[in-house]
Ligand binder design. Structure first.
Ligand SMILES: [Fe+2]
Length: 198
């Protein structure tokens, strides 16, 4: 009979694999970034992710289990999609916004996974494991918030073209939001207008 402990160990092995993939993928993303602050944030999170691999080792130990890997198909998919986006937006003003979005998709997957793992470790009565998982979860949430702030402060505006203070961006900044940035619902008469503005 499969129980919560089996589910916990499966998911733990999944995240052990995911973090190792993330540690390899983040330096490529830092290299692709043209925003120095984003490069620094990605480098810092690479170090944190290496620490997560170590902490996950300790979580396995807290359950008297040897660390094991379970191929994390979700992370493989997110990183493959990220590779495609990086190639497509390489050299464009939207590259940093694209990188933030790739990183945030990975962060949200990690946050969901660690949220469950931390809860389950508590239910399984393993306080040491629950504490370690809580520490990882807090770092993932903080990294995600830093990315949101950075996107709002620079990357998204740069992607709009406002970084270069183009006349078009200045005019658009004064327009109401449905025309400026939010894609109208399908069938809306504004949709064609927006398309023709490109
Ligand atoms: Fe992360």
């Amino acid at each position: 009979m499969k129980t919560l402990k089996n589910l916990f160990l499966n998911e733990l092995a999944d995240m052990y694999d995911a973090e190792r993939r993330v540690v390899k993928a983040l330096p490529k993303m830092a290299k692709a970034a043209t925003c120095e602050e984003l490069k620094n944030v990605i480098h810092a999170h690479t170090k944190e992710s290496e620490g997560h691999v170590t902490k996950l080792d300790l979580v396995f130990q807290a359950f008297d289990e040897k660390p094991r890997l379970n191929k994390c198909e979700a992370t493989v998919g997110l990183l493959e999609e990220g590779d495609e986006v990086m190639v497509e937006f390489n050299g464009s003003p939207a590259i940093n916004a694209a990188l933030v979005s790739i990183a945030q998709k990975v962060e949200h997957y990690e946050m969901a996974s660690y949220g469950c793992l931390q809860e389950w470790a508590g239910l399984l009565g393993n306080k040491k494991a629950a504490d370690l998982l809580q520490q990882i979860l807090a770092e993932e949430k903080a990294a995600n918030e830093t990315l949101t702030k950075l996107a709002r402060a620079t990357c998204n505006r740069e992607a709009l073209g406002e970084g270069e203070a183009s006349p078009k961006a200045k005019v658009e900044a004064k327009l109401p939001s449905p025309v400026r940035g939010i894609r109208p619902a399908s069938g809306s008469p504004d949709r064609e207008k927006v398309a023709s503005r490109k």
